[in-house]
Design a protein around this ligand. Structure first.
Ligand code: AGP
Length: 605
């Protein structure tokens, strides 16, 4: 939700901090700030808005110093203004924080009673004050340790100190924090992505850990204040630095590369010569699995919903899909014969992570399907299946959704084959269809212009609906989410068969409606639902691979997909609904890569 960076170096750090903050803006961009230690004094500068606003301040009044911390914020406590921006400092300490301190009100009262004054409305400021108070009588490590023990809630912290002019401190509980190793300099960051341009050697703090960085070394402590060692990972360089290339924004680039990312993913998982899916050591014998539960948030949840249909179709296993923020609090019966699959692009979503923790505590088997293999969810899962989509920067998830569905379909087929639930010939045919997928996606991508033209129908709409049945229903849900989060137009994804149970009342003359109608076993029924909508004045954008002309006279526009087998319809239906949301948002001059109120990774609940 927020981005943190800290650097201790043998040279000035402010420009490196600003560059790292720019890479972290996808996590939050309400406000930004930096603190450096300049000749023994804490120099704090911060502002509302984007990192570029902070850069303008530094241009007028540079920050000096070879150690410092920086922050980009997605507001949880306190409006996004300069006072509430991080860092939060006293003359002794400066703190940046990602997470939520749940007992901050109580702590604020406790320290106001001691005579401390608070300037902001944030929860974070209590950390600054408590640290300042402990430092009066304790050494650094004890002050940090005792402060952390007073906090209830989640945090990733970066801290600098007036009286420790060679140290940056990091701490983690529930919100991710990485440590990067440089030459005569060391770093902390909310994720490895922020540090990748400075180093490829990374360690990760676990919950309860804190660390002391000097330019020569890093000391790690666990929640018992015991010194510990941390494994050092070497990050792959293949996607070291990501830029938009010739694209106007990251989202259009990430939509456009979906044929390549699916091809890369298939190369990772498919053994075409042996017609085999390279997914082994599933943490539970596929023949023993009684139930599969799929858990995720937002778009990742929609990929779970899609996989539920495939698992029902191709296996004899019972299956359930759950929204993580519900699953984590429900009195769900967890069974050792069930497989729990957590889907998350970032691998840092707090609700999904908490749901995974709940399963780990109950010793059931878990699988993480992520795009970031160094992420918290990946590291906590018994078994990880990367989607190999490359960094996804646009806040609206596109290529990761396709990647999540692809890995879920491959895992489903692998389990089905291992259980002998699927006929070998059917399996082979499905693999052949999947091998064709990148080319089918590429062909669909080439029809972007048709969607660009129809997008105008939506820009003044009061609201719209996306309708689908069976495999098309999860994509209807995803299409509605895409339009909402990019264009701020209200949209609902609905099971087409449900329309007559109420939502049909919403349809009024001229209302744009998206109907997903692949030639599958639901086609005729979906067409009937579509006619009900048209009869009430709905202007239908029909997305289908049906080539007949009979329907076209009374629909607003028919987007024709290439021919495909119905089991992979979800992948191809997804492309036009991504383009639709993109072009409507573009026509409305909305921010494509950073929609209002959102963040790429929701690392607080
Ligand atoms: C995707 O378009 C959304 N921005 C959002 O719903 C996202 O899918 C959700 O927050 C889950 O994120 P994750 O995949 O990183 O866990």
């Amino acid at each position: 939700m927020c981005g943190i960076v800290g650097i201790v170096s043998n040279k000035s750090v402010s420009s490196s901090i600003i560059n790292a903050l720019k890479k972290l803006e996808y996590r939050g961009y309400d406000s930004a700030g930096i603190s450096t230690l300049n000749n023994g004094f804490i120099d704090e500068k911060k502002c509302s808005g984007r990192v570029e606003n902070l850069e303008k301040i530094l241009f007028q009044n540079p920050s000096v110093g070879d150690l410092g911390i920086g922050h980009v914020r997605w507001a949880t406590h306190g409006v996004p203004n300069q006072i509430n921006a991080h860092p939060h400092s006293t003359d002794q300490v400066s703190v940046v924080h990602n997470g939520i301190i749940e007992n901050s009100d109580k702590l604020k009262k406790e320290y106001e009673a001691k005579g401390y004054k608070f300037k902001s409305q944030t929860d974070t400021e209590v950390i600054t004050i408590i640290l300042t108070d402990f430092l009066k009588n304790e050494n650094l490590v004890d002050s940090v340790y005792k402060t952390l023990n007073k906090l209830i809630g989640s945090f990733a912290l970066g801290v600098i100190f007036k009286n420790y002019n060679d140290l940056v401190v990091g701490a983690r509980r529930g919100s991710p924090l990485a440590v990067g190793y440089g030459h005569n300099e060391n770093f902390i960051g909310s994720d490895s992505y922020a540090l990748k341009t400075m180093t490829n050697k990374i360690s990760y703090l676990d919950d309860g850990d804190f660390c002391l960085l000097s330019k020569e070394k890093v000391e790690f402590y666990n929640s018992d204040k015991k010194k510990i060692n941390k494994e050092v990972f070497e990050l792959s360089n293949e996607d070291n630095v990501v830029d938009k290339g010739d694209f106007k924004d990251f989202m259009s680039k990430e939509i456009d590369e979906q044929n390549l990312t699916t091809k890369k993913c298939l190369n990772e998982y498919l053994d075409k010569s042996r017609n085999e899916i390279n997914i082994y050591n599933i943490p539970i014998d596929p023949n023993q699995i009684k139930k599969i539960r799929l858990i995720g948030c937002g778009t990742a949840y929609h990929s779970c919903l899609m996989a539920k249909y495939w698992i029902e179709e191709f296996t004899s296993i019972d299956v359930e899909s759950d929204i993580a923020s519900e699953f984590r609090y429900r009195n769900v019966k967890l069974n050792k014969d069930d497989l729990y699959i957590f889907v998350s692009q970032s691998g840092e979503t707090a609700d999904t992570y908490a749901a995974l923790e709940k399963c780990k505590k109950n010793n059931v088997k878990t699988c993480g399907i992520v795009n970031v293999v160094e992420s918290s969810i990946a590291r906590l899962s018994d078994f990880v299946l990367p989607i190999h989509a490359g960094p996804e920067i646009g806040v609206a998830s596109t290529k990761a959704f396709i990647g999540q569905m692809l890995v879920l379909l491959l895992l489903t087929l692998k389990i089905s084959k291992d259980r002998k639930d699927i006929d070998p010939n059917v399996f082979k045919k499905l693999i052949d269809d999947i091998i064709n997928l990148p080319d089918l996606i590429k062909e669909t991508l080439s029809k972007q212009k048709e969607i660009q033209e129809i997008a105008r129908d939506f820009i003044n709409a009061k609201g719209t609906m996306y309708l689908g049945r069976g495999y098309s229903y999860p994509i209807a849900m995803e299409g509605a989410l895409k339009l909402k989060e990019l264009s701020y137009i209200h949209a609902e994804g609905y099971a087409a068969g449900e329309m007559k149970h109420g939502p049909l009342a919403l349809i009024e003359d001229g209302m744009p409606i998206v109907v997903l109608a692949p030639k599958d076993r639901y086609f005729e029924k979906t067409i009937s639902n579509m006619q009900e909508v048209i009869a009430r004045g709905g202007k239908v954008l029909m997305i289908t691979n049906d080539k007949s002309k009979t329907l076209s006279e009374n629909i607003r526009f028919k987007f024709e997909l290439p021919d495909f087998q119905s089991h992979i319809s979800a992948f191809l239906l997804t492309i036009p609904i991504q383009f639709l949301a993109y072009h409507v948002a573009l026509l409305k001059n909305c921010d494509i890569d950073k929609p209002r109120n959102l963040a790429k990774s929701v690392t607080v609940e």
